[in-house]
Design a protein around this ligand. Structure first.
Ligand SMILES: [Zn+2]
Ligand SMILES: [Zn+2]
Length: 509
């Protein structure tokens, strides 16, 4: 009743039919399956369980299965389950046509845990196969290795984009749940470790497009995100973690396997630590609240890790917990100093915000609530791969108030060449650069350029109307490398938006 075959054309055809829920194309086509199991069930299998064995090679960190079968019009039903070499790993009956499991999380119904090499078995149950009917099944098995996730690379066979459209998406990149030290009101009014769903509900209530849950050092909350995502199908749930060392904290997005946070010193070992591991698996690292001091006031909070330039790609410029405490988005405890130093040293570092929320029931109009601040990212699509690509590209701004109507975009142009936020423009010494700032929802506020780290009040302009385009000329000269970005302040001078830089490099004559 079973045999093993590999038929790539049929597989890809099966994949496209087998995704009724995922209407959108992922950024990359799903990778070809590593194994195809197929065969026939007949009346002889009616009301019986059949085992379909397969060998799982060593080093696999995630197993995903896509399952299809024929004969449904004749009321054939095939249930699905899984055993590893030692134990039961889950059952979905006839409820699902795909599932995934890794050490950290699994599709509900399946059990996360190590994936030992050896002889595994798909379990097929046949509650009904009519006499004379042949139900042909096909199981596509996908193996991931080295913790490099297909969701990160955009080639997941299981999940497409929540929204396939390129555009601006708003979210919070730094939150904590009861998987670490997030707490909220319990039923009887005390404090309790706060379940992940409350963070997700608060983000949905705020109308965010994405929310990263970044508990300290652990990955146990990834399971809850996997469970909640189908029910929150307009809100991208992003598995992240805050690597929390004695010498600094940083959020890591992308890799889902364990990252060893146990640094014993701030210096020499940094280059081969979790920082390198995060980068090797296609992840992004954001230094969190680097302006906080270290010591008994906030243990390990300040950034003291000696890391090379490529070790982190983002800095949390505005931290919501600090905003709530100091009522300032730009005081010395925020992250502007490290960001400016890195940019002036020639690094390409993207500035982001994060609420660092530890209580999702905090009222949404208060600083440090979920979405305060909000990071707004221009993404190729709303998916994990899309978010990582958008953050990497750097067309990103921070909104202190998380308002749904605000936009800030920036364009630099010289001759036929142009660049947007996050991009680099090559300029000759004698060329002037035309800057265009596009703004929305900011009537009466003040646009303020920041050049090489210093505000230039002479170039600032009052924004008039709901949509505005402001321009000015920047005589950049032939300095080796410069950068320009734009902030927006409300009429009282409060910083409300922070934009990312456009970089200039000298153009070869
Ligand atoms: Zn922290
Ligand atoms: Zn935190």
């Amino acid at each position: 009743m079973r045999h093993l075959i590999a038929r790539l054309a049929a597989i890809l055809a099966a994949l496209s039919v087998a995704s009724p829920g995922a209407a959108q194309e992922p950024m990359k086509a799903p990778t070809a399956p590593d194994l195809v199991l197929s065969g026939d069930l007949t009346r002889a299998d009616h009301e019986a369980y059949r085992e379909v064995p397969f060998d799982l090679p060593g080093g696999v960190t995630r197993l995903s299965v896509v399952f299809t079968y024929s004969g449904k019009t004749e009321r054939s039903v095939i249930d699905l389950g899984l055993f590893d070499p030692q134990r039961f790993r889950g059952w979905s009956g006839g409820a699902r046509d795909r599932f995934t499991l890794s050490a950290e999380e699994a599709t509900p119904g399946y059990l996360p845990g190590p994936l030992p090499a050896g002889s595994w078995r798909l379990i097929l149950g046949a509650p009904n196969i009519r006499p004379g009917v042949v139900a042909r099944y096909e199981a596509l098995l996908f193996f991931e290795r080295d913790g490099v996730s297909a969701e990160v690379s955009g080639s997941s066979p299981l999940t497409g984009a929540l929204n396939p459209k390129a555009g601006w998406y708003r979210g919070d990149l730094h939150t904590h749940s009861g998987a670490s030290d997030g707490t909220c009101r319990s039923q009887s009014g005390g404090r309790a470790p706060c379940p992940v769903y409350r963070t997700v509900e608060a983000a949905a209530e705020r109308g965010l497009d994405f929310i990263a849950v970044t508990d300290h050092n652990t990955t146990s909350h990834f399971a809850a995100l996997r469970e909640l995502q189908p029910a929150f199908d307009q809100l991208l749930l992003v598995p992240g973690r805050e690597i929390t060392t004695f010498f600094g904290h940083a959020n890591v997005f992308g890799p889902t396997g364990f990252l060893d946070f146990r640094m014993a010193e701030a210096g020499a070992q940094a280059s081969r630590s979790w920082l390198a591991a995060a980068r090797a698996s296609g992840g992004l690292v954001s230094v969190n609240h680097p302006g906080l001091p270290s010591g008994e006031f906030c243990m390990g909070c300040g950034w003291r890790i000696e890391a090379d330039e490529e070790a982190f790609q983002m800095v949390e410029v505005v931290n919501g917990a600090t905003l709530a405490q100091t009522r300032s988005a730009e005081g010395p405890l925020q992250g502007f100093t490290l960001w400016r130093e890195r940019l002036n040293a020639g690094a390409r570092v993207i500035g982001i915000g994060g609420s660092d929320n530890h209580d999702p029931l905090r009222p949404l109009d208060q600083p440090g609530a979920i979405g305060s601040p909000t990071t707004v990212v221009h993404m190729p699509e709303l998916s994990i791969a899309g978010l990582l690509a958008g953050l990497r590209a750097g067309r990103v701004f921070i909104d202190m108030d998380g308002r749904p109507d605000r936009l800030l975009d920036l364009r630099a142009q010289t001759g036929a060449r142009q660049a947007v936020m996050g991009q680099t423009l090559a300029v000759s010494a004698d060329e002037a650069v035309q800057i265009t700032v596009s703004l929305q929802g900011l009537d009466g506020a003040r646009m303020e350029p920041v050049i090489d780290g210093a505000s230039d009040p002479g170039l600032s302009q009052i924004i008039s109307g709901d949509r505005a385009e402001l321009g000015f000329e920047w005589a950049a000269g032939a300095v080796p490398r410069r950068w320009l970005r734009v902030d927006v302040r409300d009429p009282s001078g409060r910083l409300i938006l922070v934009g990312n830089p456009i970089f200039l490099t000298p153009r070869a004559p």
